[in-house]
Design a protein around this ligand. Structure first.
Ligand SMILES: NC(=O)c1ccc[n+]([C@@H]2O[C@H](COP(=O)([O-])OP(=O)(O)OC[C@H]3O[C@@H](n4cnc5c(N)ncnc54)[C@H](OP(=O)(O)O)[C@@H]3O)[C@@H](O)[C@H]2O)c1
Length: 288
């Protein structure tokens, strides 16, 4: 299928461009090619590429920065998504919108959120992604919303990479132990997206690695993988690291619809982190 991938230089976009290259005809675009908040640029892009499907990975992902740069964040996450919907409908292309666990308030408990639960974001980034979801749901043609969480992968920065680096220079670390979610390897999410697009599924899906943990658990896992004593990492409450944007306490995503759709079994978050750390430690990462 002829697929337009937005945000193709981002962490997920790069993984999609790599993992789906052998099964689809991909065209990747990023900010240098077109500013997706500009209607004329989006229209010109669709005219030039004429895709059958769009995987819309481009986003404003600076969760804390979003609290002050509200207009810019809204433009990328909501307005650009509305333009995607409009242009996909105009040329009868399908759309996959990547969304987030942050559309939920985090009070749902450890069982996590089902796909159809009510959106109730507690930070501005989450609000703009929720608006993007609403725009996609109003689309006339085929659409998918794929919510993911705690993304890591071969990109400039991500949590496992940061922890690995800090552990090499600091004797002790404190990591937040009262926020819970589902870590997700961008490569594995790209495979999930490939499955959903190729099998023409419709609606809202949750795409993560299997299992759930806290940031503290994830940090200790990284320590074990780089042969550092995990006891050097201590647990602390989120209140010790105040951030501009509030984070949901528990934003675990249930993936029942993905499983019911027949998606191949997903790796555990531990297995996924191990593969990523191996990539980093063996010097094979594009972004060491
Ligand atoms: N990262 C996470 O933990 C996480 C968690 C849940 C959901 N998600 C969602 O997953 C998706 C992928 O995230 P990611 O971490 O791969 O994001 P990312 O690395 O920040 O990549 C986003 C890409 O979008 C581009 N972009 C931003 N504004 C644009 C504009 N106006 N026009 C065109 N392109 C623009 C960025 O370009 P510049 O870099 O030049 O600005 C960047 O290359 C996003 O939808 C995000 O909301 C991410």
């Amino acid at each position: 299928m002829k697929i337009l991938v937005t945000g193709s230089e981002g962490m997920l976009g790069q993984a999609v461009m790599t993992r789906l290259a052998s099964t689809h005809e991909l065209t990747g675009v990023d900010l240098a090619d077109a500013d997706l908040t500009q209607a004329d640029q989006v229209q010109a892009l669709f005219q030039r590429i004429n895709p059958e499907w769009v995987i819309h990975c481009a986003a404003w992902t600076d969760v804390d920065g979003a609290e002050t740069a509200r207009e810019a964040c809204l433009a990328v996450n909501s307005l650009a998504t509305e333009l995607m919907v409009e242009n996909c409908d105009r040329i009868q292309a399908g759309l996959t919108f990547i969304s987030t666990d942050y559309v939920f308030n985090g009070q749902g408990g450890v069982m996590g959120y089902a796909e159809n639960e009510k959106r109730d974001p507690i930070n501005y980034y989450g609000l703009t992604k929720a608006r993007g979801e609403e725009a996609v749901e109003a689309m006339k043609g085929p659409w998918q919303i794929v919510r993911t969480s705690w993304l890591f992968g071969d990109g400039a920065t991500n949590f496992p990479k940061t922890i690995g680096r800090l552990l090499k220079t600091r004797p002790q670390l404190k990591v937040v132990a009262d926020q819970r979610g589902c870590p997700t390897y961008a490569d594995d999410l790209a495979d999930i997206l490939g499955f959903l697009v190729s099998s023409d599924k419709r609606g809202i899906f949750h795409g993560t690695n299997s299992g759930q943990c806290t940031w503290f658990d994830l940090a200790r896992e990284v320590a074990g993988l780089i042969s550092v004593d995990a006891q050097r990492i201590a647990a602390c409450p989120g209140s010790e690291y105040p951030t501009a944007a509030e984070r949901p306490a528990c934003s675990v995503l249930q993936s029942h619809r993905l499983e019911a759709a027949g998606c191949p079994e997903r790796d555990s978050w531990q297995g996924a982190v191990a593969r990523y750390i191996h990539l980093l430690e063996s010097g094979q990462a594009r972004h060491p």
